[in-house]
Design a protein around this ligand. Structure first.
Ligand SMILES: O=P(O)(O)OC[C@H]1O[C@](O)(CO)[C@@H](O)[C@@H]1O
Length: 252
């Protein structure tokens, strides 16, 4: 995995946006894999800036989001569809029908999961997948214990994830307890992966991801099985890494 340690959140966001923009410039039909949560908000802000200032053209691109809460409609303000609309989609010229987010309010969720996998396949697979990381090492909503063979499915959120995400809701009781999430196998199927982490709270998960054995107990560590992963972390998130002592960028 390629590790890039940057100073702070701002630099992480800019670097990640530049990577995505470059990908779209190189291949206008890029299939983007997108993530939500607090971490990529700055990256989307920078990407919108690049779109406005440099005219990055998304008109032939498409996107697939990692996950969506079960039970929230696309118009619910805390749905990941609404998040994407607010932070990215409404600002750029990505065609609406090519911006995919799983439907967490589908009547038949199993069918929705199969449809979503099929849609990724039909698009030719994901070219570049953006990921955040949970404090417990989750990626997407693949909580500890998720199999390396898992595909898009309904997952149960752990109490720690529910509590971590309660900051976006009026109360912890309002946080959905389930989500539709791409699986580990779906994520590892992307041609390239970029994982972002910022802040001291992520330092232990980042350490286990990069320096621990690959194990389903820390889903992000399974990214070690992928040939093209770039991890962009700020100094606080890198603070528990052996590599951080060396102080810069390294390849492992
Ligand atoms: O970026 P945040 O808000 O710390 O969240 C980290 C991870 O948690 C999730 O938001 C899900 O709980 C993921 O989408 C994200 O990768």
């Amino acid at each position: 995995m390629k590790l890039v340690i940057v100073k702070d959140y701002q630099e992480m966001s800019r670097k990640a946006a530049e990577l995505l923009a470059q990908e779209v410039k190189n291949n206008p039909q890029t299939v983007l894999g997108l993530a939500t949560g607090g971490t990529p908000v700055g990256m989307y802000r920078e990407l919108v800036k690049l779109y406005q200032e440099e005219g990055i053209d998304f008109s032939q691109a498409s996107s697939f989001n990692l996950d969506e809460y079960v039970g929230l409609s696309s118009t619910h303000p805390q749905s990941y569809r609404a998040y994407m609309q607010e932070n990215l989609f409404r600002h750029i010229n990505l065609p609406k029908d090519k911006a995919h987010v799983p439907a967490g309010d589908a009547k038949d969720l199993e069918k929705e999961c199969a449809r979503y996998e099929e849609a990724i396949h039909e698009a030719g697979g994901i070219d570049i997948q953006v990921l955040g990381i949970g404090n417990n090492g989750h990626i997407g909503f693949n909580e500890p214990g998720s199999s390396a063979e898992s595909t898009t499915r309904v997952v149960q959120l752990t109490q720690s994830t529910i509590e971590a995400n309660a900051r976006y809701f009026a109360s912890v009781e309002e946080v959905p307890t389930q989500a539709v999430s791409m699986g580990i196998k779906t994520i590892l199927g992307a041609k390239k992966i970029v994982l972002l982490a910022s802040g001291e709270a992520k330092a232990e998960a980042v350490r286990l991801m990069l320096e621990g054995e690959p194990t389903a107990d820390v889903p992000a560590s399974l990214l070690q099985l992928h040939p093209d992963v770039t991890v962009i972390v700020d100094e606080a998130a890198a603070s528990r890494l052996d590599a951080a002592a060396a102080g810069s960028e390294d390849k492992r």
